[in-house]
Design a protein around this ligand. Structure first.
Ligand code: SF4
Ligand code: SF4
Length: 654
């Protein structure tokens, strides 16, 4: 054991390795992505030959692969974000009916806020729906311990188990007592598929499985009554409490912090719920004894609140339950120490030490107090030099004056929605960028319908949309924004990159990289163009041709993300020519085009030298700079067609 300062996601990975995990699969998604990456790093550094790690093409594939490994007796971990569980839900819903062999644990990271998601769904609720146990860590250290207990529980009861950290657990860091050594395989671990067990989900098996699930959950609930992750605590040991507060996940950590800031805290009984499903009912009953009012603190759905309301009804208790359903707690978004302090203070009618939670904290400087200035707003924006900006701009230019609807998808390119591009009219979920336009086409056949998905999304959820468009003869243009990586979640590889997790870039298998244009053709799309979006004329031509094709057609805009290439020479603005008309800014909205002393300038720290701005200036004030053999050559034309080193065929070329 050693104290290690690490992120919650790293702690989860260390915990899984400590459990002797054999197979780890997942699909990137904030806030979960670092878990699998950490396992891969450890496997590589510590040369753990028996642990296999992969980025799967989507969450459903990941869970099914993990299930297969578990059927074979291996311990398997699957990682994803909360919306990823929607994709994996088909497999998850059936798994408890059949049971598993080796421990099967899903880490599903929830995103209250949301900070980086399309929904605020609550995986605790999903776990109850799927009838699988769920752990809800309140600290990174607890996440480390819970993942280990999750594997044990999974094997003890032959069920998949979910651990659901939230963003602040995943991304928060703490000094944690961690053993980096992998534990030996459990003594009873026998690898190999057991044919004598029934693994086929026929209706009779489902019926029996359903009865088994009920029995299993009631046994697990009893274990949870005495679990180390649930606890009753009294703020005053001697005085009786009539007020109680229940909290789960990060809200429990916030509650403890809030109580430190409150004056004259009397007798309050606290209940920590670390295992919300199946609910530890006997423990909760014990907690409720003698209480007249109970406040529930939890993020997302009122999961604990509903359980307590049921308990009150079932046992005819007198206690009043206050929470989201009674509007005593926030209905959406994250909790915080400040928010919980306010709620607890109101609930208990307490004074509090002014810790500056409801106004900017004053700092003493030069013997005077200064309020901390408000942080500036930082709306999300496509990076300077992002190839998606060039792709959207080419489509915009090509379709000027024509009626069109642009359907987007989940990824950096959703940001094409912002002004001045305004190129994403819809965004629903992974893959919908290719299917929503097909629905729109049935309603408005005279309008052009473009769909945009990224390269990783194409493999994750885009293929069925392509097949559907071809099969049903939709008149849509399917655009793949291929930047050779899964950019938004941290540049993970995907099947089109020729890379796999854990391999060095020198091991790139370009030969076997799946080629998006070939796949589009194989799925029946006849007109497939591949263009570099920075080759502006060719890109615009390709868009016009695709728009005029009455059948389904496709364009692959191929140019690597700035995170996987080095910056090019930056252009500069000739202040003597620039009229400060700001047309360059209004056309493309690159964040590297800034205003300095009232004049438009290029921010050297941000500019990636994509040269998209060069041709935007009607006065030729923006000069591309090419550094050749130490000699600076200036040119008012955009730089070479393959300005970012991309190739015009499939595979990758960073
Ligand atoms: S478009 Fe040209 S003239 Fe206008 S602000 Fe930009 S650089 Fe200056
Ligand atoms: S070259 Fe122009 S458009 Fe490209 S990153 Fe620099 S400022 Fe932005």
């Amino acid at each position: 054991m050693s104290q290690t300062f690490c992120m919650g996601n790293q702690a989860i990975a260390y915990g899984a390795l400590r459990s002797g995990v054999d197979v780890v699969c997942g699909y990137p998604g904030t806030p979960s992505s670092e878990i699998l990456q950490t396992v891969a790093n450890e496997v590589k550094c510590r040369q753990l030959k028996n642990t296999y790690v992969e980025w799967s093409v989507n969450e459903k594939a990941a869970l099914e692969i993990a299930a297969g490994a578990s059927y074979g007796g291996a311990r398997a971990l699957v990682t994803m974000k909360q919306v990823g569980l929607n994709v994996a839900s088909d497999a998850l819903m059936s798994l408890p009916y059949l049971g598993i062999k080796g421990g099967l644990v899903l880490v599903v990271a929830d995103d209250p806020g949301p900070i980086s998601s399309q929904t605020e769904q609550d995986t605790r609720q999903f776990a109850a729906f799927a009838k699988v146990p769920v752990f809800d860590p309140s600290t990174p250290e607890e996440a480390y311990l819970m993942i280990q207990e999750a594997f044990e529980l999974s094997e003890r009861h032959t069920t998949p188990v979910i651990v659901r950290p939230t963003t602040r657990i995943c991304h928060g860091s703490a000094a944690i007592n961690i053993s980096l050594a992998s534990s030996e395989s459990p003594e009873n671990k026998t690898l190999g598929f057991d044919r004598s067990r029934d693994w086929v989900i026929f209706p009779k098996r489902t019926y029996l499985g359903h009865l088994e699930i009920w029995q299993r959950l009631s046994q697990i609930a009893k274990e949870f009554d005495i679990s180390q992750f649930n606890a009753i605590k009294d703020t005053h040991q001697s005085a009786p409490s009539h007020l109680g507060i229940v909290a789960g996940g990060i809200s429990y950590a916030y509650l403890n912090d809030a109580l430190l800031g409150l004056k004259n805290v009397g007798a309050i009984r606290l209940l920590k719920i670390g295992t919300p499903h199946p609910f530890p009912e006997d423990l909760a009953l014990q907690f409720m004894e003698g209480l007249s009012e109970v406040l529930i603190l939890e993020e997302l759905e009122p999961v604990i609140e509903r359980e307590l309301l049921m308990l009150v009804g079932k046992h005819k208790l007198k206690a009043k339950i206050q929470g989201k359903l009674t509007k005593h707690a926030t209905l959406a978004g994250e909790n915080s120490i400040a928010e919980i302090t306010k709620q607890v203070r109101k609930f208990c009618d307490l004074d509090f030490f002014d810790r500056g939670f409801d106004k900017p904290v004053a700092i003493k400087g030069n013997l005077e107090a200064h309020a901390i200035p408000e942080l500036p707003m930082r709306p999300p924006v496509l990076c300077a030099g992002c190839p998606h900006r060039a792709s959207f701009y080419a489509v915009k230019r090509a379709l000027k004056g024509r009626k069109a609807v642009f359907s987007g998808d989940i990824g950096c390119y959703t940001l094409g929605n912002a002004a001045p591009l305004n190129m994403v009219d819809t965004c629903l979920c992974m893959g919908a960028g290719f299917t929503i336009p097909q629905g729109l086409d049935r309603v408005e056949p005279d309008v052009l319908h473009f769909g945009f998905v990224g390269d990783s999304t194409f493999f994750a959820s885009g293929l069925t949309g392509v097949a559907n468009a071809v099969y049903n003869q939709s008149n849509v243009v399917l655009c793949v924004l291929d930047n050779s990586t899964t950019a938004m979640t941290g540049s993970q590889p995907h099947p089109g990159t020729g890379m796999r997790i854990g391999l060095d870039s020198s091991a790139r298998d370009a030969e076997n990289a799946l080629r998006i244009p070939d796949i589009l053709k194989a799925l029946g799309v006849k007109n497939v163009a591949v263009v570099d979006p920075f080759d502006e004329d060719s890109a615009v031509d390709a868009v016009v041709k695709a728009a005029d094709d009455p059948k389904v057609s496709a364009i692959v805009f191929k140019s690597p993300c700035i995170t996987v290439v080095k910056p090019k020479s930056q252009p500069h603005i000739d202040a003597n020519i620039c009229t400060n008309c700001k047309l360059c800014v209004r056309e493309i909205g690159c964040p590297a085009l800034i205003e300095v002393n009232g004049k438009i300038a290029i921010d050297d720290a941000l500019c990636y030298g994509c040269n998209l701005c060069v041709a935007r200036c009607p006065f030729d004030a923006i000069r591309a700079t090419n550094q050749l053999s130490g000699i600076t050559v200036t040119d008012t034309k955009p730089s070479s067609l393959n300005s970012q080193g991309s190739t015009l065929e499939g595979g990758t070329d960073d």
